[in-house]
Design a protein around this ligand. Structure first.
Ligand code: F0G
Length: 454
């Protein structure tokens, strides 16, 4: 059961199928354009959608809104230092702002970053600087159905090869995204982290964590990695941070708050250069674009997120949801992580080729049928410039502490309907311009029924 009870409630919007059909057409078949008032169950993202605890709401009032050296910052700095062990702590308003700040500080044009998987905003911030972002997922990641426990690992052999190459000075940074959101929310093991650390040390390349879901990764290490069962989430999280030179995080995820981010580093000189830029673009270094009250909710949120009962419930919910969806006939990526279940729309809709976005066909049908909003993680999101995503996934993200089991049962029923109609679904083409991260703004047109290539 949920290890919390509910103190404030919000009504859920209910629309008819006919209304949603019209809404979808008006939104050019892009659910990012659909108003939240027309969404019944919103599984678009787990980011910034957390329900705060009563202690977090109470903490808002403690917010010190002083411009410089507010006590809220001091509490935030102490909390992050205790959690991560990194002495240099920079608050910032969200993850991609941290990415922009770090990469403009650390990268020069022409350089390369290597990761288990760059998230879309991470890649976009790197490519915007005329740098190359190379993903080296471990071989197990290619098999969506195997139960391999750490499909978020980086491929150590290919990392070694790349860094041994004559132009290895071009690799400026190695990144481990914990958990790997673009690759199914899969965790990275401590063993993998340790080996990556050693390879980076030999080549004198810094290793940074994208720690946006650090607590969920720590929980999955405890439950899946031999020898880790008796440790607390905080101990394992600390072991992860100890193996890195620094991290950044979107605190809209495991910060358990509706906004926020951080950069935390060992190196004072790099931190000083980040703070110089931060002052120009975000604000004074002790608030970094956040209000004092936001810092207070983060201080409280960062203590709640490592509660073993909370994390066990979160992982159990994702595992139950994945199993229930599989029973409803939906092929899903195994094993489930914590923050989402990923459906394999390519497998569900083999008659729709990647260039016609089978994931988007599933996303639209789930919205049309039941008002459930999800997000395409396939060729629409990751196949910019004519490329193809490795898999045509749809992410059903789980906002933290927002929906109960019965809400998710409603989603399972809706999925059952969509699976039953899979053969009738048709693909889409994009009309209009395609800026970076086109999936947020793309306008789509459905192909005629029975005709899946333009
Ligand atoms: N890194 C990861 C792994 C993320 O999942 C995200 C955001 C970011 C960085 C950027 O952080 O949104 O605070 O600027 N992921 C959201 C999602 C958008 O829906 O998964 P942000």
């Amino acid at each position: 059961m949920e290890p919390f009870r509910i103190k404030a409630v919000e009504p859920i919007p209910l629309r008819t199928v006919e209304e949603r059909q019209r809404i979808l057409a008006e939104a050019d078949y892009n659910v990012f354009r659909v108003h939240s008032a027309d969404v019944t169950i919103d599984l678009l993202t787990d980011s910034g959608t957390t329900a705060m605890s009563s202690k977090q709401w109470a903490a808002l009032f403690l917010g010190d809104e002083s411009y410089a050296w507010a006590s809220s910052y001091e509490r935030f700095e102490r909390t992050v230092r205790e959690l991560t062990g990194f002495p240099e702590v920079i608050p910032i308003h969200q993850g991609r702002a941290a990415e922009r700040l770090l990469f403009t500080t650390l990268l020069c044009p022409g350089q390369t970053t290597v990761a288990n998987g760059h998230f879309d905003s991470t890649r976009a911030n790197i490519e915007q600087l005329d740098c190359r972002a190379v993903d080296l997922p471990c071989p197990e990641a290619a098999d969506l159905v195997s139960e391999a426990p750490f499909k978020g690992n980086i491929d150590l052999d290919r990392l070694r090869e790349l860094l041994d190459a004559p132009d290895d000075e071009q690799v400026a940074l190695v990144i481990l995204t914990v958990t790997d959101n673009g690759g199914g929310g899969q965790p990275v093991s401590l063993a993998n982290l340790r080996s990556a650390r050693e390879i980076c040390r030999q080549h004198e390349v810094p290793l940074l964590l994208d720690a946006s879901r650090f607590a969920e990764n720590a929980h999955l290490i405890i439950t899946r990695e031999p020898g880790q069962q008796d440790r607390t989430p905080r101990e394992v999280a600390r072991a992860m941070f100890d193996l890195a030179d620094g991290c950044w995080a979107s605190l809209k995820k495991d910060g358990m708050s509706n906004t926020g981010g951080l950069i935390a580093l060992r190196d004072a000189e790099t931190a000083a250069r980040c703070r110089e830029r931060l002052t120009i673009t975000e604000g004074f270094p002790t608030y970094g674009g956040l209000a004092g009250r936001d810092l207070e909710t983060l201080v409280q949120g960062l203590s709640e997120v490592t509660d073993p009962a909370y994390l066990a419930h979160r992982a159990d919910t994702a595992a139950w949801f994945a199993d229930a969806l599989a029973k409803a006939g939906l092929p899903t990526l195994r094993p489930a992580g914590c923050h989402a279940v990923y459906a394999d729309a390519g497998h569900l809709l083999p008659h729709i080729p990647p260039e016609n976005f089978p994931g988007q066909a599933m996303v639209c049908e789930l919205y049309r049928q039941a008002g459930v909003r999800t997000v395409e993680f396939g060729t629409l999101a990751f196949g910019q410039d004519g490329g193809q995503a490795p898999h045509e996934l749809v992410r059903l993200a789980l906002p933290r502490r927002v929906y109960t089991r019965s809400h998710l049962e409603y989603v399972v029923d809706a999925v059952k309907d969509v699976v039953g109609r899979a053969g009738e679904l048709t693909g889409f083409t994009i009309t209009g311009p395609q800026p970076p991260m086109r999936h947020f703004t793309a306008k789509l047109t459905p192909l005629e029924e029975g005709r899946n290539t333009p």
